[in-house]
Design a binder for this molecule. Sequence first.
Ligand code: SAH
Length: 224
Amino acid sequence: MPRLKHVKGAEEAVAAHPFAVPEERQVPGGWAELFGNGAPVFLEIGCGKGRFLLGQLSRRPERNYIGIEMYSSVLLRGLEAVDAMAAAGAEELKHIRFIRRNAIELDRIFAPGEVGGIWLNFSDPWPKERHAKRRLTHGRFLRLYEKVLAPGGVVEMKTDNPDLYAFTLEEAKACGWDVLFKTEDLYADETLLDGNIATEYEEKFVAEGRPIHKIVMKPQQPEI
Ligand code: SAH
């Protein structure tokens, strides 16, 4: 299995990278200190090679960003993209960091209210019913997001997978979340694409003519 060999080198390279936060510094309530400012932290879970998050950073450099990715070999590609930006002298990089972690540990990484918003782009659909709990929009994940999101913070998800889309709407309903926006074909309407940042997967799926689905949702807030 050549992939395993790859992963080993990747782990070390990630651990040594200045933009990868070591696990002992991934502490709830510690992010303002790490970033040196109290701006909200926006997360992409399953950030892949990082293009989307770096795009968000360029657009809104005043926010803080964390890319969360489970696999070192994938995360390393994102860190290489950071290196390229750093070489070009990108000042805003002080607002972005990456962590190699499973999102199921989210409440051990962020304190309540510490997260401004969450993106889930082309998350693994886990089509088998017995793997449903691994889907990043399963109720157990929505309850975690609810714990760490600041008031008004939203979760935005994009997928090419109609089943994951339908599942997400069901889980949102079951958890009492508000669906603020949904479409089964983001690219059908140019106005919807305003401000859209295409991810690596998205570019591939769009080229194949697969419709991109999108949902924006948030936990229900108590009436004031
Ligand atoms: N967002 C990227 C990559 C999508 S693939 C894009 O749109 O191009 C989904 C990614 O999510 C994979 O890299 C996978 O390793 C990661 N992932 C899946 N489950 C995860 C979890 N529980 N925690 C962290 N990352 C996860």
